[in-house]
Design a protein around this ligand. Structure first.
Ligand code: FES
Length: 82
């Protein structure tokens, strides 16, 4: 039995260790586009400490969530702007 946390990233299931930050989970799963700028350019985390807002994704239906500030929870659904 695994103690890992099961999450969904853009519809695909992933398993991460407890206390993994969402931004880290996304990077580990190969996500390179977290969101897009107003001009359509792909954006990824920059500061990693909640200041730049470049890491925003949709978490459990809540848009513009800073993925560097949220820990993965079992059943969490994460959607990026691929
Ligand atoms: S990486 Fe800067 S706010 Fe998340």
């Amino acid at each position: 039995m695994s103690d890992n946390v099961q999450i969904t990233i853009n519809g695909k299931t992933a398993s991460v260790t407890p206390l993994t930050v969402v931004a880290t989970a996304l990077a580990c799963e190969g996500v390179t586009r977290f969101r897009r700028s107003v001009t359509g350019e792909p954006r990824t985390p920059l500061c990693g400490m909640g200041v730049c807002f470049e890491c925003r994704v949709t978490i459990n239906g809540q848009p513009n969530s800073r993925s560097c500030q949220v820990l993965c929870e079992d059943g969490m659904e994460i959607v990026t702007d691929e």
